[in-house]
Ligand binder design. Sequence first.
Ligand code: HEM
Ligand code: HEM
Length: 179
Amino acid sequence: MRDLWWNLSRATGIVATVLAVGALVWGLFFSARNTGQLRRPNWWLDLHNWLGGLALIFTGAHLLTVYLNDNSGIGLVQLFIPGTAGTGQWGITWGVIAAYTFAVAVFTSWPRKRLSRRAWRAVHLSSVGGVFLAGIHAFESGSDATKTVFEAGLLAATAFFAYALSVRVLALIARRRAR
Ligand code: HEM
Ligand code: HEM
């Protein structure tokens, strides 16, 4: 049983990371209007919303299975309060903060029209830092972090992250220059 929760915690962590990177890339491409001709921009936005919602659901499953794994040393306090996992456990702290940024991104997006655009965007963009922290968390806390295939996956995710972010920043600069 112990192995079951441990295996599930690793699997859900990996799926949550892939979904979060997908949400981030789709969100940045949509906002940069870098969506090509094949699909309408709304298709990209809808997919972004789904990826973001699913990333939060799998993060929830990750937290639950980490908690159920007796060997993880993570209780309710460590799950919800950053910095309580003990010395040398900074990796867990990054994971806790990342989970909060995803929850905030998702739960402020449904009542989005009730918030000012500026405030919503500032809050929403904290999830960019969250995805970055989730990557560091995976690298520092994961038992698979020393495996080549895991490291290659993290490297590929970082490359997608960096590419999408530069596309967004360049589009922002171009738009400002055009004004
Ligand atoms: C883990 C979850 C999520 C992440 C990491 C994420 C990340 C992002 C990022 C990086 C952008 C680009 C913002 C910019 O460059 O200005 C974006 C845009 C957007 N996101 Fe999310 N998001 C998430 C979840 C959601 C959800 C669940 C919804 C809605 C239900 C949503 C709605 C939007 C909308 C409407 C935009 C377009 C903003 C615009 O340019 O008009 N996001 N998101
Ligand atoms: C309260 C927040 C979190 C806690 C307490 C937590 C806890 C943990 C623990 C204890 C491990 C080590 C599991 C093991 O390999 O033995 C782990 C690994 C991992 N976590 Fe989290 N995590 C949190 C948030 C997140 C988030 C938000 C993501 C990504 C969206 C994530 C993705 C991962 C990944 C990819 C691994 C590596 C799995 C592997 O080695 O195969 N975690 N987490």
